[in-house]
Design a binder for this molecule. Structure first.
Ligand code: ATP
Ligand code: MG
Length: 493
């Protein structure tokens, strides 16, 4: 492990980074920070949760000349939540140097953004659509930008942002530095990246597996109609601190979170059809722990760094192996442990091998728990709680009542009654979930077709800012439809 002191960064930034609790640089940081400081273009690939944000954030902050009142760095991210998260991390890294960082995303009042832009931020973190909006309105000048970073570039490509990104890059001086980071870099993205970049250094943190070893990975064979009962039993047995449940579509996410609430779990869903305010409030509640199950689509959770996520449940198997990597990567971050469980219906069994081939790691089989096991799990949780209460609380006040109960009953009967009262018995309230079509079987499977997928909304994708925006004049001659420039990504590779 490399010390940040040895990476040639200033005292001010070093102090800020140590204040964030970073003691040593992660491998992607120690490999890419020096290259980036030398203004090299870099394609950086490293496992989820291994600090890619600071890998591009630290050198970017270092290069900002704070006395210069101009935007010098721009980071493009696929979703609004990610733009906010990245800007918060950059703000912390830049606190020592007093670097001004501004997030710019759709769904936020544009005149407020224009006012913030007038306060001359040094770094902008934004989603493609809204960035382009400001460029076209001439409310954001990019002629002093020296560094451009594309975070989760492959996802932005999948979402059809390629033309927007090209249009943004066309407004930035050519003698810039371009960096591109993601945990997954499917072939097509590399080729496209090279079009935007000059002699990029490809830094791949060499690991045996694509996922981090600290995530235990299981699969469960479950019939579609039994999935929900299995999920709630698992939640009862594993009592996760914070859990994310992934569903394939927006409708699925809505139905799942409603069904979980019906059975008494504190759950909420997040996807692109919700208002910006709602999305932010759901995430805030999840971070604070006032809800403990977040139900999400793939896109909604890309890159999100929420500490304390102990379990990821793939209620529906993801459509491609890269999505699997990003989904389960919401746990096991920054060296913590985590558990990922993937439901596989009998017809989808062939996908298991496809995922495993990409991640280079086998998932262990887990048998779906029975109702009795769920009850036992809940009981165990109560027993643990009782033990904790014995250890930490002064019980003097309750002793008299306890003695009184023991005068008429034997001890084990009293305790059994208390256990029964405190144990949440597995809830079997009927719920209604629309059945998802299984992914196509091996023979029917076609290479992934982006346009079709977007139309179907099969990934439960976000509304891109771009498609919602009405106020922006497209630049003359600019095509605003999803490009054909990238080769379709296939599940079969
Ligand atoms: N050197 C470090 N030491 C300790 N913690 C770190 C270090 N660098 C980053 N972190 C923390 O690790 C967590 C994960 O970092 P980050 O979100 O940048 O991961 P990532 O590689 O971008 O993951 P993803 O592929 O999911 O986007 C964050 O909470 C971050 O603050
Ligand atoms: Mg990231």
């Amino acid at each position: 492990m490399t010390k940040f002191e040895d990476l040639g960064i200033s005292q001010a930034t070093l102090k800020a980074v140590l204040k964030m609790g970073f003691e040593e640089a992660t491998p992607i940081q120690s490999e890419t920070i020096p290259l980036s400081l030398e203004n090299k273009d870099v394609i950086g690939q490293a496992q989820t949760g291994t600090g890619k944000t600071a890998a591009f954030g630290i050198p970017l902050v270092e290069k900002i000349i704070t006395s210069k009142e101009a935007i010098q760095g721009i980071i493009i991210a696929p979703t609004r939540e990610l733009a906010i998260q990245v800007s918060e991390e950059l703000y912390k890294i830049g606190a020592g140097k007093k670097v001004r960082v501004l997030p710019i995303y759709g769904g936020q009042d544009i005149s407020r953004q224009i006012r913030s832009l007038k306060k001359s931020p040094h770094i902008i973190v934004g989603t493609p659509g809204r960035l382009l909006d400001h460029i076209n309105r001439k409310t954001m000048r990019l002629d002093n930008v020296q560094t451009v970073i594309l975070d989760e570039a492959d996802e932005m490509l999948n979402m059809g942002f390629i033309e927007d990104i090209e249009a943004i890059l066309a407004k930035i001086p050519e003698e810039r530095q371009t960096l591109l980071f993601s945990a997954t870099m499917p072939g097509p993205i590399q080729r496209i990246a090279e079009r935007f970049m000059k002699d990029p250094h490809i830094v791949r943190v060499k690991t045996k597996e694509m996922t981090v070893p600290s995530i235990e990975q299981y699969y469960l064979e479950v019939q579609e109609k039994n999935k929900f009962d299995v999920l709630t039993r698992l939640l009862d047995i594993q009592s996760p601190e914070l859990a994310i449940v992934f569903g394939r579509t927006k409708r699925r996410v809505d139905e799942l979170s409603e069904a979980l609430n019906l059975r008494g779990y504190a759950a909420e869903g997040i996807h692109g059809d919700l208002s910006q305010a709602k999305r932010l409030s759901v995430l805030r509640k999840f971070k604070e722990g006032s809800i403990d199950v977040l139900v999400a689509t793939d896109v909604a959770a890309r890159g999100l760094d929420i500490s304390g996520v102990t379990h990821v449940y793939n209620f529906d198997i993801p459509q491609d192996p890269e999505s699997y990597v990003h989904r389960i990567g919401r746990t096991g971050r920054a060296g913590k442990t985590g558990m990922a469980l993937t439901f596989i219906t009998p017809r989808e069994k062939s996908y298991l091998a496809v995922v495993e081939k990409t991640t280079k790691r086998k998932m262990e089989r887990m048998k779906p728990p029975t109702l009795d096991e769920a009850l036992e799990g809940q009981q165990r949780a109560v027993v643990d709680k009782i033990n904790q209460t014995i250890e930490t609380n002064n019980l003097q006040y309750y002793k008299a009542a306890a003695e009184e109960l023991l005068e008429t009953n034997d001890a084990s009967t009293v305790i059994a009654a208390v256990l029964k009262m405190l144990t949440k018995e597995p809830d079997t309230t009927p719920v209604k979930l629309t059945e998802e079509q299984p992914l196509p079987g091996k023979k029917e499977r076609k290479p992934y077709d982006r346009d079709r997928r977007r139309k179907d909304d099969s990934r439960g994708g976000y509304n891109s800012d771009r498609r919602k925006k009405a106020s922006v004049k497209p630049r003359s001659g600019e095509k605003r439809t999803g490009g054909k420039s990238s080769k379709p990504r296939s599940f079969n590779h």
